[in-house]
Design a protein around this ligand. Sequence first.
Ligand code: GDP
Ligand code: ZN
Length: 357
Amino acid sequence: MIEHYGWSDALRLAFEPHARAGYVPGRIIVQQREANLVITDAGQLSARLSGRLRHEAREGGHPAAGDWVALSTKPTEGTATLHAVLPRRTAFVRRAADSVQTMQVIAANIDVVFVVTSMNADLNPRRLERFLAAAWQSGARPVVVLTKADLSEQPEAEAAEIARLAAGCPVLIVSARQGLGLDGLLGHIAPGETCVLIGSSGVGKSTLVNALLGEERMATQDIRASDARGRHTTSYRQLVLLPGGGLILDTPGIREVGLMDADVGLSAVFEDVERLAQDCRFSDCRHGTEPGCAVRAALDEGLLDAERWAHFQKLSLEQTASGLTKDRTAQEAERRRQSGLQRVYRSTKKNLRDQRS
Ligand code: GDP
Ligand code: ZN
């Protein structure tokens, strides 16, 4: 069962300690207000967070749609308790609506991002760039999809123009109305891989998902002709299987992720921290025990809030975990930096706890 949802040998390995603890694996197919709907070998269950996880979630580490998790289950009651989240291969992160400081993961373990734009709307290069940036940042592979080819006189020419903006990404031409290009699109998702569709409202995402699933799974609304933008529809959306063995995650919040804050990276939110770090004696300072560390000094003098610093470190870890770097040597360096950060992060957390008690 969970094999269909992308369960793999690598995940089995990562899960071993949890298996020894008596937990079973599952994947979050939709995150709801109170509980997460998870798919397990025993079917769909409604999973609530364990007390420990709920505590961690308050610090920004909430499980998200697409996450692989460790559960204790009560299949007869259709419920489960969620005890741990497996390391994510990729993640879409955005600022929490209620705070500039809190980032939240809104989709995890996505392999392919279809950046959807339509032929009838005026091409907005800045907007496309933002969606592409969000896609790259997540660690997944972006693929540009040009919809509504039936409305264009020369779809190929438009595609060529977009290919220039989206260097390195495949650009696909589709028409859901004519059933054109759908197989080509499915060809970009291997069995067990998960894709998402992102793009502005009205470009044809719901229609495309319907066409891919071959049924009217999602409600679509007629476009407002005047401004070429569709209205929002709130339908029940989750992680679903595609013909061909791939998966599509179409949960709330993911579709327009790029517009919200592709450009609000850590730097924008933590400018002060990054400025401080520039004053460290060593350019590769881990802000642990190095001499001449400006971050430590600021913490000691109370100029930098310890909570804020801990949060920054946590987010840096999340970002590196999302696999921004593709190059082998850069990855090596990242890994080293990350384990250093992790060590410092743990000791900072401990200090905070000690301070509180
Ligand atoms: P979403 O907001 O991105 O999910 O967009 P929708 O899927 O709701 O589509 C917005 C409008 O575009 C609807 O009126 C659709 O009927 C229309 N539309 C979607 N795909 C196509 C297409 O391939 N060709 C044409 N001509 N119209 C389309
Ligand atoms: Zn330092």
